[in-house]
Design a protein around this ligand. Structure first.
Ligand code: FES
Length: 196
């Protein structure tokens, strides 16, 4: 993202937080890049004044700024909490999770999906994901992470209410209930009609 923004000559700053220089990836590449002056390195084991202070960074919502947030879950929660506490709109907050909280399929009920293109109805059992149920019936949905973080399996929902379990869509996008990540999400209604 930094390289692309730099190539477009778009204004940005990159706050890179890590425990120590020794554990930081890409430092040489960043220091030699044309955007090096836009990078703030925040190291846990160096002077306190160079560490990231989220309240200073996100204390005032700016309508022209978007926040892209990636890292371990606790770090990302802290960024989101600070931003939301300071009135940043959800549409300006973007997350890239490294992994998802595992979904306990065994405790979830079954439901059915109907494929809009053919009218076929497929039952999803409590111990399988929708992608697995579709695959067992010869319906392949492109996937990558299978954890609801990458967005590869994004599918349009035409009827029914999804039970969103992903970490890819924003809260606003989930509330619209018109798209869905079938690798991890389930259904609140007995039937979903999908654009498949
Ligand atoms: S495969 Fe990554 S979100 Fe579904």
């Amino acid at each position: 993202m930094a390289e692309r923004l730099s190539a477009l000559d778009a204004p940005f700053e990159l706050n890179y937080c890590t425990r120590s220089r020794r554990q930081a990836a890409f430092l040489e590449r960043i220091s030699q890049s044309p955007y090096a002056q836009h990078v703030h390195l925040n190291l846990d084991d160096e002077a306190p004044q160079q560490r990231l202070h989220l309240q200073d960074l996100l204390g005032r919502a700016d309508p022209g700024v978007h926040v892209y947030n990636g890292g371990p879950r606790g770090f990302m929660d802290a960024v989101l909490f600070t931003a939301r506490s300071n009135g940043w709109p959800e549409g300006q907050l973007h997350c890239e999770f490294f992994s998802a909280t595992p979904v306990k399929l065994a405790t979830d009920g079954s439901f059915t999906v109907q494929l809009a293109s053919s009218g076929r109805v497929i039952r999803v059992g409590p111990n399988e994901s929708l992608v697995q149920a579709l695959g067992a019936q010869g319906v392949q949905v492109p996937t990558s992470c299978e954890q609801g973080v990458c967005g590869t399996c994004l599918t349009r929902v035409l009827e029914g209410e999804p039970d969103h379990r992903d970490m890819y869509l924003t809260q606003q996008e989930q509330a619209a209930n018109d798209q869905y990540l079938p690798c991890c999400s389930r259904a609140k209604t007995e039937r979903l009609v999908l654009d498949l």
